[in-house]
Design a protein around this ligand. Structure first.
Ligand code: MV4
Length: 448
């Protein structure tokens, strides 16, 4: 096992990773920007190293400063968390050249899954179902029109280097296709420096189901069941749960087998997530692979008892996974509410400022992963996630009852938050029934 690792992130996920390290007897190094010198993740670490000014480009995304911090402090490995450098295959490769272990998948797997059009093709070759669409990227308008006619409108134009939903356009009919391809391509070029796009059949009300996988260097790949994250707002996830009301044991088996094949096809190691769309007829389609630990990993931890981050560190240290597929059992239900510093009355714009009151809920079945506390100043430079409130119950009903209770205990003053949005969701009859899909929040908010 490592003696010391560096955590190249901030906020709740930096603390989450350091907790795993501490349980494994591994010392931790935090890095921090000038804006974060008093942040909780800096206090939690055994030591901390400054990496530059507040803007991420100059600190948390600045590869030389992070490598320097690891070298100066004698860390043997770097955990990138999520966001920032976590899916930057150049960073993963650079770590290696400095003799540092990147706690994540091989750089090649990150790169292959990062090119979405190529990932689609690879997955299809591996026997994983994909949404009907183009083989590879659109190179010629006539050809795109022919394929669009074959799969039928509505069609989605997606950026191959996008991901997370940027550079996406819905096309309702043939006369809009040319314009949509041009716009999506231009948007992708300016956002990602690369204008390749591909086409997919647009599914109108799919559920978003993702399978968590873990893989080690001995060839073991284990699927930890699904999460459902259909509740999103402007492609930002708001709430996640595990398992999903829409997944039967048979469907779970099929999706898990597809996820394991997908991971094997790219020589995956560490923790990763296969994102699928599930249509109203119960058919599932591969959409993307996230080659990092995800924000919502605690839902899986609550229902499987497996510590996803500890497994990542073990695998990076060359150890085998601590569980096999037949030891994976799902127990009960878990829900995660993302508590963001955002103002619901201003279209959920970030709400920076000083937190004057911070009181976290506790008690049976409640887990809080937070990166803020009383007196903490929410910075405008970074993601607005303050805390993840996660509950567990023997049933979905019990997890919801605990979430209602925990939300009522959570007190945050000084900044606007999404606490109230979650309280409303917990009372929504369709949410309580489990009748949700990826257009749920958009439809609710249009109505409001
Ligand atoms: C889709 C889709 C329907 N059909 N692709 C949005 C974010 C990006 N990762 C992919 N997204 C979608 N792709 C096809 N062919 C619907 C969405 C989508 C969505 C997906 C997952 C979770 C929430 C979503 C909210 C709106 C749209």
């Amino acid at each position: 096992m490592f003696k010391k690792i560096l955590v190249a992130n901030r906020g709740e996920i930096a603390i989450r990773i350091m907790r795993a390290a501490k349980e494994l007897g591994v010392a931790t190094v935090a890095v921090y920007s000038e804006a974060d010198k008093d942040a909780p993740h800096v206090r939690y670490a055994d030591e901390a190293f400054p990496i530059g000014p507040a803007p991420s480009q100059l600190s948390y995304l600045h590869i030389p400063n992070i490598i320097n911090a690891a070298v100066q402090t004698g860390a043997e490995a770097i955990h990138p968390g999520y966001g920032f450098l976590s899916e930057n295959h150049h960073f993963a490769a650079i770590c290696k050249t400095w003799g540092l272990v990147f706690i994540g998948p091989p750089a090649t797997a990150i790169e292959q899954m990062g090119i979405k059009a190529q990932a689609r093709q690879m997955m299809q070759n591996a026997g994983v179902p994909v949404v009907p669409g183009t083989e590879g990227t659109v190179s010629d308008l006539n050809e795109a029109q022919t394929i669009a006619e074959q799969i039928g409108y509505p069609i989605l134009v997606k950026a191959s280097f996008g991901g997370g939903g940027r550079g996406i356009r819905i096309v309702e009919s043939a006369d809009e296709l040319e314009d949509a391809i041009e716009r999506a391509s231009r948007e992708a070029k300016s956002a990602f420096g690369q204008g390749d796009v591909y086409l997919e059949k647009y599914l109108r009300r799919p559920r978003h189901i993702e399978i968590q996988v873990l893989a080690d260097n001995m060839g073991n790949v284990v699927a930890l069941g699904e999460r459902e994250s259909s509740l999103q707002r402007r492609r930002q996830k708001v709430l996640e749960e595990a398992p999903s009301v829409a997944v039967t044991p048979e469907l779970r088996r099929q999706m898990s087998e597809a996820a394991v094949r997908a991971a094997q096809a790219v020589g995956y190691t560490s923790a990763g997530t296969l994102e699928f769309l599930l249509d109203e007829e119960g058919r599932f389609y591969f959409m993307e692979m996230n080659t990092r630990v995800q924000v919502e990993h605690p839902c899986t931890e609550m229902v499987t008892g497996v510590d996803v981050v500890k497994e990542q560190i073990r695998v990076a240290a060359g150890l085998p996974l601590s569980i096999s597929q037949d030891q994976v059992q799902l127990n009960g239900w878990s829900i995660e509410c993302r508590i963001n510093a955002e103002d619901p009355s201003k279209q959920f714009r970030p709400s920076p400022g000083t937190i004057t009151v911070w009181h976290e809920p506790a008690g049976p079945g409640v887990r809080v992963d937070s990166g803020a506390d009383q007196g903490y100043v929410v910075q405008p430079f970074y993601d607005s996630l303050l805390a993840k409130l996660v509950t567990w119950g023997r049933t979905r009903e019990e997890a919801i009852a605990r979430m209602r209770r925990a939300l009522s205990e959570f007190r945050i003053e000084g900044v606007k938050t999404t606490l109230q949005l979650h309280q409303q969701l917990m009372e929504d009859p369709d949410f309580v029934k489990g009748d949700i899909h990826t257009n749920f929040l958009a439809e609710r908010m249009e109505g409001a």
